[in-house]
Design a protein around this ligand. Structure first.
Ligand SMILES: [Zn+2]
Length: 301
């Protein structure tokens, strides 16, 4: 069932686990991710970056919405790292139930102004908003360029903007770490921010970090962890391997093994985040099991 980001994350916040937000730019990958989420009985967030929206197109977005509507697991479709309010309105019209307007590179007051405006627009139509405070690191920068989130700034930011969730900078970087860098998360800082703001926190750059740190983050206040690189590496490494056989050309011979390799990684993330089986926490049979089409099967919607 497709629900808002707020409703999805609130249960994770109350029960101290994290929901994977898988970045999707392709329908095969999307379908593989919703199937593994259903198999694991896990809530899921389908994250789509504006560049990925361009590749998918709005018609595919509609197909993704339809598939999520009829899924037995709770899901949100999240607009990842949006840049402008105009783009955000188009995304909401396209069917996203959660959006992120990333003004974290702006000065503090400007970040508050832009994010607050996004909240005003999105909340008017029941769509949730993720804000970001601090700077998530980049691989290109020697020190990562990380500006850690300050807990008292976080309180001010959440109060003044009304965001539903907050992406925090506690030591992750976007992408895959080079072999000479060992990421280290500031878990004490994370706990301090969580205690101060009391809303769902989000971890970006969640690929390629040590499992024990990510697992601990999921138990310590992070309720959404963005996974992009790890699933894409698994998918395309397998595509490259399969295509060693140069006679292959049919998608139904090439894609299924790649989807399976991606699902193995997604499944491990679901377990690591404590999300397996948690779809049960959202089910209120009277509300969701309605015999919509008179088939007697009680379709879930
Ligand atoms: Zn990100």
């Amino acid at each position: 069932m497709l629900i808002s980001g707020h409703d999805l994350l609130d249960v994770a916040h109350q029960n101290s686990f994290a929901i994977p937000a898988f970045n999707v730019a392709d329908y095969h990958m999307f379908n593989g991710l919703i199937e593994i989420s259903e198999k694991k009985n896990s809530p899921v967030i389908i994250a789509i970056h504006p560049n990925e929206v361009n590749l998918l197109g709005f018609d595919t977005l509609r197909a993704i919405r339809e598939r999520l509507h009829r899924s037995p697991v709770p899901a949100s479709i999240h607009w990842d790292h949006g840049a402008t309010a105009d783009q955000m309105v188009a995304a909401i019209q396209g069917g996203f139930t959660s959006v992120m307007l990333d003004a974290s590179a702006e000065a503090f007051d400007e970040n508050i102004a832009q994010t607050g405006r996004a909240v005003e627009i999105a909340h008017a139509v029941g769509v949730s908003v993720e804000g970001e405070l601090g700077t998530i690191g980049k691989m290109e920068s020697a020190d990562g360029g990380i500006i850690y989130t300050d807990p008292s700034d976080a309180v001010t930011f959440v109060e003044r903007t009304g965001v539903d969730s907050l992406a925090v900078a506690i030591g992750t970087r976007h992408g895959i770490y080079p072999s000479n860098i060992t990421p280290k998360l500031k878990l004490d800082l994370l706990r301090e921010i969580k205690a101060a703001v009391g809303i769902p926190l989000v971890l970006h750059g969640g690929s390629n970090n040590p499992d024990d740190e990510i697992g601990e983050a999921a138990r310590s206040g992070v309720n959404k962890i963005n996974i992009s690189s790890d699933i894409k590496v698994a998918f395309f490494d397998k595509v490259r391997e399969v295509l060693q056989d140069t006679s292959l050309r049919e998608p139904d011979a090439i894609m299924p093994p790649a989807v399976e390799a991606m699902q193995a990684v997604a499944s491990q993330k679901i377990d690591l985040f404590g999300a397996a089986g948690k779809a049960d926490l959202y089910r209120t049979p009277a509300a969701y099991k309605v015999d919509l089409f008179g088939t007697g099967k009680g379709e879930t919607y």
